[in-house]
Structure formats: structure tokens, C-alpha cells
Design a binder for this molecule. Structure first.
Ligand SMILES: Nc1nc2c(ncn2[C@@H]2O[C@H](COP(=O)(O)OP(=O)(O)OP(=O)(O)O)[C@@H](O)[C@H]2O)c(=O)[nH]1
Ligand SMILES: [Mg+2]
Length: 212
């Protein structure tokens, strides 16, 4: 299968030596995955639905005063274009699971995406953000804000209702995901430090015992 890879460099942010974050956008076809990324990267809203096969975008931003190079993979919502799924599920460091508040089926599929991430990665602590898009279409709403929050509680992840059309909460989604990745890394570092302190104190005790 032919895979289209689009590389877009944005000039926001700072130096090229900052940490790179591999983010993956997941969700049913037509929920607005590409529109969210477009708005985030280039402040543009695509009116038409042009089904994605696979696109990659790069941008540099600052999050909490720290630079971040984002490598964002826009995936296919259509089932026939999902051949690469396992590869990007393994390679990604953080995932945006999106649905449309106007499409209950896409909301039900969100749980399926979470299970898929677990099935491939075999860990419960993969950084995830849940997104209910098209919040501007309130008159077509099929999924309440409370249901979205409830699912996010179940996933133990941040939740945003976004509008790619109006650029509501778009930056917040990406910032929250990078924060999650950073938090997880900080926990790993703290865990390693604790382990090293424990083994250090063991050897110190042994040394003291010998000296006595
Ligand atoms: N009103 C409104 N329309 C939106 C919003 N986001 C996306 N759309 C529209 O929904 C349609 C699908 O958007 P896409 O971004 O192409 O959806 P997608 O999830 O990338 O779809 P696939 O690539 O097929 O998986 C387009 O016509 C968009 O203009 C939104 O926040 N509000
Ligand atoms: Mg798309």
C-alpha cells in the first residue's frame, strides 16, 4: 500500500536539540483528526473530509517553558487503511484518542482504541488524552460532556471537548499529552533513583558491618 507522508515544518518554538515526542492521533473516520492537527500546526480548518491514509507532521513548540519537537502521526480512521497500526502503536509515546460529540459510534470506538493500545504495548500507563471533537455542533450532540468525562476517568487521562472549526482547546490537548509523557519519564527517573539509593545503602551497610 502506498503511504503518503507529509512533512510540515512549523517555525514556532526554539532550538532543534530539544526532546522529540512521537504522538499518534487515533479515532474513527471523520471525527476531525486531521482538522485538529491542521488547526494546531497551521491555524487552518479543512472544510472537506479528505480521508487520511497516513500523514506525519513536525512542529516545534514550548510547553511549560521547555522546548518540544513534536512528531505527530495522523492515522486513518477508515478500516481499510489500517495496515501500519501495530507499528505506530508500538513506536508512539503518546496517543490522542478522538471521537465526535455528534457521533455516538465514534465514542464507543474510543474504548476500542484504548484496548488496542493496551493489546500492542502491554502496559496500562501509556500517556493518552481523550478528545470529544466538534463541540461547536451542539445541536447535533449525541454524546454528553459528562459521558466524555466518565470515560476519561476510566482511562485515567485528561479530557477535552474541542472544536477544530473554532480552534477551541486545540493547544491544550497537545500540551496535556506532552505533560503526561514528561510526568511518566520523571516517575521512571525517580524510581531508578530510589532503586539506586536502596542498593547503595545496602552496600554501605555491608561495608560498615565488615569494618566492625
Ligand atoms: N463543525 C465542525 N466540523 C469539523 C470539526 N472537525 C472536523 N470537522 C469536519 O469533519 C469532516 C472530517 O474531518 P477530518 O479532519 O477530515 O476527519 P478525520 O478524522 O481526519 O477523518 P479520516 O482521515 O477519514 O479518518 C470535515 O468535513 C471537517 O471539516 C469541528 O470541530 N467542527
Ligand atoms: Mg484524516
Amino acid at each position: 500500500m502506498c503511504v503518503a507522508v507529509v512533512l510540515m515544518e512549523s517555525s514556532r518554538g526554539t532550538g532543534s536539540h530539544s526532546r522529540e515526542y512521537k504522538l499518534v492521533m487515533l479515532g474513527e473516520g471523520g471525527v476531525g483528526k486531521s482538522a485538529i492537527i491542521m488547526q494546531f500546526i497551521s491555524h487552518r480548518f479543512p472544510e472537506d473530509h479528505d480521508p487520511t491514509i497516513e500523514d506525519a507532521y513536525k512542529t516545534q513548540i514550548r510547553i511549560d517553558d521547555e522546548p518540544a519537537n513534536l512528531d505527530i502521526l495522523d492515522t486513518a480512521g477508515q478500516a481499510e487503511f489500517t495496515a501500519m497500526r501495530d507499528q505506530y502503536m508500538r513506536a508512539g509515546e503518546g496517543f490522542i484518542i478522538s471521537y465526535s460529540i455528534t457521533d455516538r459510534r465514534s465514542f464507543q470506538e474510543a474504548r476500542h482504541f484504548k484496548e488496542l493500545i493496551y493489546r500492542v504495548r502491554r502496559t496500562v500507563d501509556t500517556p493518552v488524552v481523550l478528545v470529544g471533537n466538534k463541540s461547536d455542533l451542539a445541536h447535533l450532540r449525541q454524546v454528553s460532556m459528562e459521558e466524555g468525562k466518565e470515560l476519561a476517568r476510566e482511562f485515567q487521562c485528561p479530557f477535552f471537548e474541542t472544536s477544530a472549526a473554532f480552534r477551541y482547546y486545540i493547544d491544550e490537548v497537545f500540551a496535556a499529552l506532552v505533560r503526561q509523557i514528561r510526568q511518566k519519564e520523571a516517575e521512571v527517573v525517580r524510581g531508578n533513583e530510589r532503586k539506586s539509593r536502596r542498593s547503595h545503602s545496602f552496600w554501605s551497610r555491608l561495608k560498615i558491618a565488615y569494618m566492625i
